[in-house]
Design a protein around this ligand. Structure first.
Ligand SMILES: Nc1nc2c(ncn2[C@@H]2O[C@H](COP(=O)(O)OP(=O)(O)OP(=O)(O)O)[C@@H](O)[C@H]2O)c(=O)[nH]1
Ligand SMILES: [Mg+2]
Length: 422
């Protein structure tokens, strides 16, 4: 059911809804659309359409109706009453899929939080609706007390879940801190674009990848070699979709922190999908929503093995000159991808050399914590008003964002230089 969209978008949008519905384990038996400028506050669709929907549901013996848009609690109740079967809106459907697919403790906690949030807003509105119906003083019925109890219980449970997630955030922040000397790259993209398949191909691992929406709900990090001796950490994460419920994005903060903290994003796009340009826009908008839009990003078109016409690769490159075209499944283009990742990371980094007196070992340790160390040895140096002294010579590479802090820390040693010029 999708009452508002241009005719061209309509079928694609319903195709996606059908895919979501079957991912949730249901079988699609019919479709209905309505072009309508004004939506009905009571039933969303017009009254004639409600009758048509009742007939279709009866004829196909449907036991559930799914709407492609989000409905108000009142609309859901009215429609359920009229049709006589269960009704889900798009957010509820996506939440259901996430709940089914959640494997890790963190993903489960995040999904439950989003579900309770969804439920809570429904309860609140139902409650105001009830109180308006009954009106007046002294009409607080048992139903209302029950709802208040429910709301309190939901609130308590949500507080517990939030606390649990805050602990996860702290743990993950510590983990990231300990990995700081590694550069980190995150895979982002529309669901089913091939992110997990690419992680598997690049890292030689076996993360779950399937032809299903939202196969991945939590982040997984693996080491990937860009060249001998040049390793990065690559993280796979939850895919995005059109109209992803805002609350769900908020609940997935712990998982999406990985994306925000990375040095580079690989935006994976399925080049065989007819709406891939829309997918690119949805991913960009979602990245903006999670505060990761300003990250350096590489656009990667995937599934080139499944393109039907050879000139499609040229067309992609003409439309997106900076893109890389690959097949994660067959391993095509991965050499180029590795090289492009390496150069994108280098352009976001500064290289430097420092001479640290051997007595200041803690400074060397701090360089190791923030920068990647390329080489280290011991030589004699002079300067800073002192005679020859033994120093640690250290050549490092540091992300541009950390460079200022590191250079400030090294300022006292700037006067030192090698005693013997090589
Ligand atoms: N033909 C072809 N299929 C691919 C390629 N890469 C991935 N696929 C298929 O696309 C489907 C989705 O792949 P995944 O790697 O699970 O996609 P994902 O982006 O991780 O999806 P979510 O975790 O759901 O967001 C699977 O059936 C893969 O086999 C490719 O290069 N070519
Ligand atoms: Mg995946």
């Amino acid at each position: 059911m999708h009452p508002r969209a241009g005719a061209t978008d309509l079928e694609d949008s319903l195709d996606e809804l059908a895919l979501l519905t079957s991912t949730a384990g249901a079988h699609v038996v019919g479709r209905l659309t309505q072009a309508r400028a004004r939506l009905s506050p009571a039933t969303y669709i017009g009254s004639g359409k409600v009758e048509e929907l009742c007939r279709l549901a009866a004829d196909t013996r449907a036991d559930m109706v799914v709407f492609d848009d989000d409905l108000s609690p009142v609309q859901i109740r009215n429609l359920e009453r009229a049709i006589g079967c269960k009704l889900l809106d798009r957010s509820a459907l996506i939440l259901d899929i996430f709940a089914r697919r959640a494997q890790t403790a963190v993903a489960k906690t995040q999904v439950e939080l989003a579900q309770l949030d969804y439920l809570q807003t429904r309860l609140t509105r139902q409650w105001t609706h009830l109180s308006r119906q009954q009106g007046g003083i002294g009409t607080r019925g048992p139903g209302e007390t029950q709802i208040e109890t429910d709301r309190r219980l939901i609130g308590q449970r949500m507080a517990t879940l939030r606390k649990r997630l805050m602990r996860v955030d702290r743990q993950r922040a510590t983990q990231r801190q300990s990995r700081r000397q590694h550069r980190t790259v995150s895979l982002v993209g529309y669901t089913n674009a091939g992110k997990s398949t690419l992680l598997n191909s690049l890292a030689g691992c076996n993360v779950l990848a399937e032809d299903r929406l939202f196969a991945t709900l939590d982040s997984t990090t693996r080491q990937v070699m860009l060249a001998p001796g040049d390793a990065v950490l690559l993280s796979d994460t939850v895919g995005f979709i059109r109209k992803l419920p805002h609350k769900l994005i908020e609940s997935f903060k712990s998982t999406l922190d990985e994306v925000r903290a990375s040095d580079l994003l690989l935006h994976i796009v399925s080049a065989v999908h007819s709406r891939y340009e829309d997918h690119i826009q949805v991913v960009r908008a979602t990245l903006e929503e999670i505060g990761a839009a300003d990250k350096p990003m590489l656009l990667v078109f995937n599934k080139m093995d499944a393109l039907r016409y050879p000139d499609q690769v040229e067309a992609l490159k003409a439309a997106h000159p900076e893109c890389v075209v690959i097949s994660a499944l067959e391993g095509t283009g991965l050499g180029t991808l590795r090289a492009r990742i390496a150069s994108a990371l280098r352009s976001g980094e500064v290289e430097g050399i420092a001479y640290i007196p051997v007595s200041d070992g803690q400074v060397v340790a701090r360089i190791y914590r923030t920068a990647s160390v390329l080489a280290q040895d011991h030589i004699y140096a002079r300067g800073n008003g002192r005679d020859l002294q033994m120093v640690t010579r250290i050549r490092f590479r540091v992300p541009r964002r950390d460079a200022d802090a590191l250079l400030a820390m090294l300022a006292p040693y700037r006067g030192l230089e090698p005693a013997v010029q090589e």
